[in-house]
Design a protein around this ligand. Structure first.
Ligand code: GDP
Ligand code: MG
Length: 438
């Protein structure tokens, strides 16, 4: 485990109940974090009030300090507010399922039409038809045509000044070709205006879409929330796609939009490429808004699954070089309980982009084999690996159902790992890639 995590674990101490002072201290930080993330100030105010009610008098968990406990409550509340579950597209009973894309100019509607089409093709082997409903700029139609070519999906276009009519004809075409999805691209303006809203209302009336997805640029923060409110009032949108989250925006728009429209965010745009579309994860967004990386998740897992005292003991054993197979199996189990190791490492701030992580593949099957081998050892053998002579190794191989070469390799790796850990515990950090199962 990383030094940072070890340190975090050491600082975790329980202190009774959450006091008014704890909350006030934490809520100052929370308010700042939310405002910095560009969350609408009204939303922030309501949120802090809710947290104060929620947190006061709550028991502080043994492994956390009061500040961490408040932050944990904040994080849970944020996640809840943005919708705990991952919401997906509404499907029509009869094909085609119709998706209408709306939003201001430049938010990423046309790009997202292509991203969605590609996703549906890949995930459901769907055969979508795209309809070019932005007729005001000739370039807009060409842009959609190009995107259609890239993702190999047909695009319906028509030289007509009446968008509702184009959409009607496009839907007839989809019926003829039995397309299972229709995605309608529409025009946007730089600002909301009445002609745009009326046009979108007409398109909605003709298309009767199962999904009206508002595309918003996450970088526009507060503005995004106001825009979402208006679009929702006029069109009763079914959901939101938040684009340009690949920038350094903290994503406060996600919270404001949800609070002001009550509509779920379905997907996020994470780049300009047509593959850069992700399902929305409220929990990740919550920690992003709070600006703490995924440290929260790490605290949570650590507190659930890891006993700090146990870690201390192991560290001591490593220093004294008395680390044996019993400790080894304990460690493997702790690691497994915490979840996939590569993911855990990625949550540590500064580690996510570490190129070394790419090579750190955790093989769950191999961990299971390793455990089987250790379980086939006698208690004496586990305590003293030096006992493991060839005949014992053959017995262990037979008992665990693993080949002798694998038993030999595992024991060798164990010894290497033990030596390595011994060095690490003496402050000589070289990396953990020598551990079995990695
Ligand atoms: P529209 O006017 O709403 O149709 O917006 P476009 O689809 O034409 O996109 C406007 C610009 O935003 C284009 O340059 C896109 O490449 C870019 N864009 C769209 N989505 C994303 C995203 O998720 N991340 C980034 N970085 N750029 C995006
Ligand atoms: Mg467009």
């Amino acid at each position: 485990l990383s030094e940072r995590l070890q340190k975090a674990l050491r600082n975790l101490t329980g202190k009774g109940k959450i006091s008014e002072e704890d909350i006030n201290k934490a809520s100052r930080e929370i308010r700042l974090a939310l405002l910095e993330a560009d969350v609408n100030f009204k939303v922030v105010k309501d949120f802090i009030k809710k947290i104060k009610q929620e947190a006061l008098g709550k028991e502080v968990q043994e492994s956390l300090n009061p500040g961490q406990q408040v932050i944990k409550i904040v994080n849970e509340e944020l996640t809840k507010m943005m919708g705990e579950e991952n919401v997906t597209l509404t499907k029509s009973k009869h094909i085609p399922t119709i998706i209408m894309m709306v939003g201001l100019q430049g938010t990423g509607k046309t790009t997202t039409v292509g991203k969605l089409a590609l996703r549906l093709k890949k995930q459901e082997h769907a055969r979508p038809l795209l309809i070019a409903g932005d007729i005001y700029r000739p370039a807009a139609i060409d842009q959609l045509k190009q995107i259609g070519e890239q993702v190999e999906v047909p695009v319906y276009t028509e030289d007509n000044q009446d968008v509702a009519e184009i959409v009607k004809h496009g839907l007839e075409e989809a019926d003829q070709h039995k397309n299972d999805y229709v995605i309608i691209d529409t025009a946007g303006r730089l600002e909301i205006d009445e002609p745009l809203m009326e046009e979108l209302e007409r398109v909605k009336a003709v298309a009767q879409p199962d999904n009206i997805l508002l595309v918003v640029d996450a970088m526009t923060g507060q503005v995004a929330a106001e825009v979402a409110k208006t679009f929702n009032e006029r069109l009763d949108i079914t959901g939101v796609i938040l684009t340009k989250l690949d920038g350094d925006t903290r994503g406060g728009a996600a919270l404001s939009i949800r609070a002001m429209t009550g509509k779920p965010i379905l997907f996020t745009g994470e780049g300009e490429k047509l593959t850069d579309l992700e399902p929305f994860h409220p929990d990740r967004m919550a920690s992003r808004i709070l600006g703490m990386g995924d440290m929260l998740t790490l605290i949570e897992r650590a507190q659930q699954d890891y006993d700090a005292k146990e870690a201390q003991k192991v560290a001591e054993k490593m220093r004294e070089n008395t680390f044996d197979f019993n400790d080894f199996i304990d460690q493997l189990e702790q690691v497994q309980k915490m979840g996939p190791l590569d993911q855990i490492m990625k949550m540590i701030p500064g580690m996510a982009n570490n190129p070394q992580l790419k090579n750190l593949n955790v093989d769950e099957a191999q961990i299971a084999h390793t455990k089987a081998i250790v379980y086939s050892m006698t208690p004496a053998e586990r305590e003293d690996p030096e006992l493991l002579n060839p005949s014992r190794r053959r017995r262990i191989a037979a008992g665990s159902g693993r080949p002798v070469v694998e038993v030999n390799r595992m024991i060798k790796q164990f010894k290497q790992a033990r030596d390595l850990m011994n060095q690490v515990s003496k402050g000589n950090m070289k990396g953990l890639s020598g551990l079995p199962g990695m």
